[in-house]
Design a protein around this ligand. Structure first.
Ligand code: GLC
Length: 585
């Protein structure tokens, strides 16, 4: 790999002296721009499947710690961990029974502290998953609330339900749960229904109760004091419900009243109060950062599958109040598919940059533990091109573990091995349509037993059988591999141009688009991507506008091009699904 294109110090110097010129990039003020997070790659670890250190078939904290060196060697400087807290594991950690304790299967508090210390030494920031919308029904808060213990009566959303003329009692309204079935469950002890927007073992906390807000502030401060760099906030748009608890209008999408698609979620999701809560947590983080400047800025990333305006407001509302540092941008998961053309991709990128208020960092999420992997969404041939797209766009990139290897969903996973609650809820006939297990199978480290993930005879989810060929060890040893492409791209990101270069993107044809990072008097970086299944010939000259020399910077595994190779801009031939990162010298 070549030396970085422009030393970041030179660019920082010129920026600080010339004012902000970062149109469309990190539309940032200088203060944010020099902070650590607006350019970082966040690597999501799914702890249960990453590395098992004690041979019980379940990933754990010591396992993660043992692999932090791998992250650092790859060039990763920040990771977010799916939940590691005490949990009955109905929703694999998203049902928390003690927000301040480590799940015993995953280790101890000491293991966590060691993880934080090792990460710190390796220059890796750790972000924890904060699950505020619901706890587990095994949490003591819920037990106390069910028993109407003073101070806990209204910790959750309780309702008598409706007594029908025939004497039967039914839930207060028609709201379905995200995971199928009514969002209300009858509680024998309290003789009332409680709300659960996810499984019935995940009762919704009541954020209209200041005691709940206070209890959650304590949780955040507890982990901040342990040295975490911030939080990924789970299902944030579900926090509040309309107090009237009215029936929701029907969507018309399905006749199945148990399906989440049955209603339009106007009373149970995306309420304006959500934004107030985000502002409250931002203030808490900012106050903590100000009081503890010895560690970097503490940040929040929010999970909500929402509209552009809504997510833009999460960044900063119309009154200029700042909220989430990074409202996850899931549009590469939700809005482009295997058959999308170049215009769809360009539109997808532009729309985020247009809606994002000035002074914020763009972010791009390519995958997570809830959605099919890149190789399964776009096909294995697209793995390198999609990593090029993700990692050369301006701003923050989010990678789900295993995507650097091009891991593939284990779609053949049997009903007997299926453990994901929404999949179990819909039954054997339909489980494959919704199961998230195929994207959560163990990380493929090597061709050893269980892909080097665990020494157990049985792992919590089966390992994808393709691990014999598809694994990290093999990809490190190969002449060229997805992993090496990924690593080269991270190396390239260190160059100043990738931080501050001006950005523009255009479709070059129906199937090929290109984008450029440029800065006056410096070399530019150009990414070109063919999203079709056919070879494509494109003319880049007009897009480049200057008759300069174009050379290959990073090429994919199967590319006929090699790093350093000069290219003819007027007639560039790209193989099916090929991406190419080039340098304009
Ligand atoms: C989020 C998580 C998902 C979980 C759900 C309920 O969407 O990403 O995995 O099941 O929230 O907590």
């Amino acid at each position: 790999m070549r030396a970085p294109l422009i030393p970041i110090q030179i660019l920082l110097f010129s920026l600080l002296n010339c004012g902000s010129i970062m149109a469309g990039l990190v539309k940032s003020d200088t203060e944010d721009f020099i902070d650590w997070w607006p350019h970082t790659v966040f690597y999501q670890i799914y702890p249960r499947s990453f590395k098992d250190s004690n041979g019980d078939g379940i990933g754990d904290l010591k396992g993660i710690t043992s692999k932090l060196r791998y992250l650092a060697d790859t060039g990763i400087t920040a990771t977010w961990l799916s939940p590691i807290f005490q949990s009955p594991m109905v929703d694999f950690g998203y049902d928390i029974s003690d927000y301040k304790a480590i799940q015993p299967e995953y280790g101890t508090m000491q293991d966590f502290e060691e993880l934080i210390d090792t990460a710190f030494e390796l220059g890796i920031k750790v972000i924890l998953d904060f699950v505020p919308n619901h706890s587990s029904d095994q949490h003591e808060w819920f037990k106390k609330s069910a028993a109407k213990e003073p101070g806990y009566e209204d910790f959750y959303v309780w309702h008598d339900g409706i007594l029908q003329e025939n004497g039967t009692r039914v839930p207060p309204n028609n709201w379905p749960s995200v995971f199928y079935g009514s969002a209300w469950e009858w509680h024998e002890g309290r003789q009332q229904y409680y709300l659960h927007q996810f499984t019935k073992e995940q009762p919704d906390l009541n954020y209209r109760n200041p005691r709940v807000v206070q209890a959650m502030d304590d949780v955040l401060l507890f982990w901040l004091k342990k040295g975490v760099a911030g939080f990924r906030i789970d299902a944030v748009n579900h926090l509040f419900e309309d107090e009237s608890l009215k029936d929701e209008p029907l969507s018309g999408k399905t006749a199945d009243s148990l399906s989440y698609d049955y209603t339009k979620h106007i009373y149970s999701r995306d309420l304006p109060e959500v934004l107030e809560m985000i502002h409250h947590w931002r203030q808490l983080l900012d106050d903590f950062s100000a009081k503890h400047p010895e560690r970097p800025t503490r940040i929040m990333m929010t999970e909500a599958y929402g509209g552009l305006t809504q997510l833009a407001d999460y960044y900063e509302d119309s009154n200029g109040v700042r909220g989430s540092h990074l409202p996850f941008n899931f549009h590469f998961i939700t809005d482009v598919k295997g058959d999308s053309d170049a215009r769809d991709y360009v539109y997808n990128v532009e729309k985020w940059l247009i809606y994002m208020p000035r002074g914020h960092a763009a972010n791009w999420v390519m995958g997570n533990h809830d959605n099919p992997r890149v190789a399964s969404r776009f096909g294995p041939a697209s793995v390198d091109a999609m990593n090029m797209l993700l990692l050369t766009l301006p701003g923050v990139a989010v990678t789900y573990n295993g995507e650097e290897l091009g891991m593939v969903d284990y779609r053949e996973l049997s009903w007997e091995d299926t453990v994901d609650p929404p999949a179990r809820n819909v039954g054997e006939e339909h489980y494959k349509e919704v199961s998230r297990d195929p994207v959560r199978t163990p990380f493929q480290w090597s061709n050893a037993t269980n892909a080097g993930f665990s020494t157990a005879t049985k792992t919590w989810l089966p390992v994808h059988p393709n691990y014999l060929e598809l694994n990290l060890e093999a990809q490190k040893a190969a002449k060229r591999s997805h992993y090496q492409v990924y690593k080269d791209l991270l190396e390239l990101r260190k160059s100043g141009i990738m931080r501050v270069g001006r950005f523009n993107i255009e479709p070059l044809s129906r199937w090929v688009f290109a984008f450029k990072r440029s800065y006056p008097n410096f070399e530019s970086i150009i990414t070109v991507i063919n999203v079709s299944d056919q070879e494509q010939l494109v003319d880049l000259s007009e897009f480049l506008s200057q008759p300069k020399k174009l050379v290959v910077e990073v090429a994919g595994v199967d590319s006929k091009y090699q790093t350093g190779q000069p290219l003819a801009a007027s007639a560039l031939l790209l193989a099916a699904r090929e991406g190419l990162v080039c340098r304009l010298v």
